[in-house]
Structure formats: C-alpha cells, structure tokens
Design a protein around this ligand. Structure first.
Ligand code: ADP
Length: 476
C-alpha cells in the first residue's frame, strides 16, 4: 500500500494473492489492509490537505502533467500489468491506459479554470462574491473493470481541485493501482496527497472511510447495489457523494441503418472488455423488418472475434473476471433459451486452445428475447447480445426507457430528425448516435435514475470536488 508517500505492508503483515483470470495463475500479491492502516491513510490525506490546497492551480497542474507524461512513457508496462490481473486484451488495455492518462492531462489544465462569480448585491454598500474551494479529503472506491481509468477519472479532478485522496481499488486489480501510485509519486506529489489502500475486505475499508468525519467526499464506481449501501452510510456524516453505478444500455437499430456499420458499433459497445463495462449494450432493439438480416450480420462479425488470453496477439475477447461472472452469463443464456429466445451463435463456455484455468465464454447472439428474461433485466456483464424486434419509434423508446438504469443508450439511423428526437427522449446520461464508444475525457460521464449521481470528465467532473462559498461584504 502507499500511505503518506511510502510503500508499506499491512500493519499485521497480511497480504493476499492476485490471480490472472485468463489462466488462474498467481501474478502478484497485495497488502491486506487493517482498519488502522486505513485510518493512517486518512490521517496522511488530512495532514497533507492544507498544504496541497494552498498551492496554485498551476503548481498542482504541473505535477499532474508530469504524471500524464509518465503514464504515457510507461503505457506498455501498465497495459501488460492490467491484462495480467484483469484479462482484457492487450490493445484494449493500452487503450484504457491512454484514456486514463487523458483525464490526468485534462485536469492538469482544468484546475486552472476554477472560476467564481460576483453577484450584484441588494444594497449599494454590499458586495457578494462566490468562491469555489476544494471539498477536502476524498475517498475513491473503484471497480476492477477499468483498473486505471476509474482511478484517474476520480483522482485527477480531485487533485486538480486541491483535494487529497485515499483510493481503494477493487480487490481483483490492485497491481495497476500500485503502478499508478508509483507514477503519481514520481511526478512529484507531496506525501499524503495520493494514498492507496488495498485489501480483500472492502466492507471494512469502506466503513472506516465512511465513518470518518475528516473524509468529506465519497466518489464511487461499481454496482448499484453497493452504491446504495455506500450512499446510506455516507449520510451519517453527510458526505458529498458521486456514484457511477450499473447500466443496462439499449441499442436501437432503425430500418434505414447500414447493417454492417450498425453491427460494427454494436460489437464495439457490446463486446468491449468481454461485455464487462457499465456502458456495454445489454438490449438490442432492431426494427422487425430487418431483424433476421441484422442478426445474421451481427453473428457473422461476432464469429470473427477471437477468444483467448489477452496477452496473445489477435485476441479480441478475454476471460470474464471470475467463475461467478461466468456462471451469471450461463444463467442468463439458459434462462433466455428456456423462455423462447433463439441462439444464433455462441451460447456456451469457450474451451478452445489456451482456455485452461480461465473463465471464458463464447461471444453469443440471441434473437427474440423478451422483457421477462434475465438478459433484459439484469446487467449480464458478459459477451451476450440479446436482440428483440420493435415496430414503431415510440415503442422502441418506451422499451429502451423501461428500466431503473439510465447510464448509456445507443441508436443507429441515417435520419437526422429521428436521431435528434430519439436522443432527446432517452432517459440516459449518455447517448451514442451511430457511435458505440462515446466515452472521452472531456465529456460528462454519468447516469440518470439508479445509474448514479454526479458526472465525471470535462469541466463537469471537477465540480464534484468543489464546494461553493459566498462571501458577503459590507463596506464602511
Ligand atoms: P463489481 O460488481 O464491479 O465488482 P462492486 O460494487 O461489488 O462492483 O465493487 C466496486 C468496488 O466497491 C470495489 O472496489 C469493491 O471492493 C468495493 N466494495 C464492494 N462492496 C463494498 C462495501 N460493502 N463497502 C465498500 N466498498 C465495497
């Protein structure tokens, strides 16, 4: 763990093994934090806060810029580490490292643009000005599906705003997080500004972070279920919260779509990270008149995807994170088939060469899924593309919105008016029009409904780490 500028073991010397989901091999060890370790990290962040907040935005930005450069210089090594502990194919891991670095670059600049306001007062001898100040110590809890980007998307704006942070990465992916801690330290962060605690008891770590009044803000990415628990716990001390939770993205393909291009975008959004992202397509609505051709084209492209260990050249689909994830995918597919869906391709565990010890599932296309099936209700978080037909635009929008989630939605059409109409009606924080990969550092990522609170990225992302203060002055 990295606490107060030093690499430390757990206070009681315990650690746990990190395994490669493609092979089951142990690839490293991480410290297993005790409650007192977490407290020490908060102590360090709290002590470092005034000094860090007092620097100029330019000074903080210079360090962040250096961290950006170091991430890019070490991108190959970071990507390899990520593939080994998380499983995503190496080119995808490299893409994530660059995406993660982009947030650091963006906020190295954005910190300089934290502007306030002046407001006309109601008396001639008064003045009102509005200041933006850092919220203080931030706790960041991140998931395993983006081991680097979920950290930088939180920590870069927090640090740029003048906050200090205690980061708890997912138990499955602490090694990429450790590499990031080293990079941020090398970039010149003062001790205590960036603290990293690892462990296999997330609940205990979360409880210590949320129970401490000195932690003023929780920023979390993960499941809706855990997000709700954390939001409740944060209420005891009225911490600010940003939550980026689960999604259940619909992808609507209209009858004027270029089927090859539409299938390509569905694949980009559905099969990235083996279907393990919160913005992955979960439900595909295709106009009834083209459903058979579309399913066929999608299956044709899906069959070209190579499954295997992400370190091997040419692999597009890596393993799922663990056995439970694999079982969930199996359950969803079985349930869909029992309830009448048609299997177009895939539909079982992948057992080809090199699959021993890993958690692989064949990329799968199902046709004729219905709202009562698990694939249409829960996040599958796996490489399964369920297609159902619709007749009218209104029906497609209604079906797309019929969920408690509201993170990302996609549509494919050549009709500009329809694209605008539908994108405005979708109850989602992110809409991709003919675009399966909309995420980027300068845009506000986040969800409607139970998909979360707050936004990450761009000028919106830094607001989450700022308090608003107004000062009223009465002149003599
Ligand atoms: P996922 O389904 O992506 O694993 P989780 O919501 O379970 O999503 O995990 C996201 C992050 O939240 C991880 O860092 C995990 O360790 C952490 N986490 C899980 N349960 C708790 C909890 N009860 N309190 C605090 N953190 C938790």
């Amino acid at each position: 763990m990295f606490i107060n500028g030093k690499w430390v073991k757990s206070e009681n010397g315990t650690s746990y093994e990190v395994t490669n989901p493609a092979t089951g091999e142990v690839v490293g060890k991480a410290a297993d934090a005790t409650a007192n370790d977490v407290k020490k990290a908060i102590d360090a962040a709290y002590r470092a806060y005034p000094g860090w907040a007092a620097l100029t935005a330019r000074e903080r930005g210079d360090i962040l810029y250096k961290a950006y450069q170091l991430m890019r210089e070490n991108e190959e090594e970071l990507a390899r580490c990520m593939t080994m502990e998380q499983g995503k194919p190496l080119p995808e891991a490299l893409g994530e490292v660059r995406y993660a670095a982009d947030f650091v670059l963006w906020y190295a600049e954005e910190g300089k643009r934290i502007y306030g306001d002046t407001i006309p007062a109601s008396a001639p001898n008064k003045r009102i000005w509005v200041l933006k100040q850092p919220v203080g110590v931030v706790a960041a809890i991140t998931p395993w599906n983006f081991p680097a980007a979920m950290i930088t998307r939180k920590v870069a704006p927090a640090l740029a705003a003048g906050c200090t942070a205690v980061i708890k990465p997912a138990g499955q992916t602490p090694l990429t997080a450790c590499m990031l801690a080293e990079i941020f330290a090398e970039a010149g962060l003062p001790e205590g500004v960036f603290n990293l605690v690892t462990g296999k008891n997330p609940r205990m770590i979360g409880d210590v972070l949320l129970g401490d009044t000195r932690v003023r803000k929780l920023t979390f990415t993960g499941s809706t279920e855990v997000g709700k628990i954390l939001m409740k716990k944060a209420s005891d001390t009225v911490k600010r919260v940003s939550l980026e939770l689960g999604g259940h993205a619909p992808f609507i393909v209209f009858d004027d779509a270029d089927l090859t291009a539409a299938a390509r975008e569905v694949i980009a959004s559905k099969f990235r990270n083996a279907g393990q992202t919160c913005v992955c397509t979960n439900r595909i609505y295709v106009h009834w008149s083209i459903q058979e051709q579309f399913a066929e084209e999608l299956a044709r492209q899906v069959q070209q995807l190579k499954v295997g260990n992400g370190l091997q050249k040419g692999v597009n689909i890596g393993p799922l994170i663990d056995e439970n994830a694999l079982k969930k995918v199996e359950r969803h597919v079985e349930d869909a088939l029992e309830k009448g869906a048609r299997l177009i391709t895939g539909g079982k565990r992948f057992t080809g060469p090199g699959a021993e010890g890993g958690h692989f599932y064949e990329p799968t296309v199902l046709l004729g899924t219905t709202a009562d099936m698990l694939v249409e209700q829960e996040e599958t978080f796996g490489p399964v593309a369920p297609i159902q037909a619709f007749e009218t635009e209104e029906e497609a929008v209604e079906k797309a919105n019929a969920t408690e989630y509201g993170l990302a939605a996609y549509l494919y059409t050549k009709d500009l008016s329809r694209a605008i109409r539908v994108s405005e009606k979708l109850e989602y924080g992110i809409v991709g029009i003919n675009d399966g990969i909309p995420s980027t550092a300068q845009a506000p990522f986040g969800g409607f409904k139970e998909s979360g609170l707050g936004r990450e990225g761009g000028r919106y992302g830094i607001e989450e780490f700022l308090e608003t203060k107004y000062v009223s002055v009465k002149l003599d």
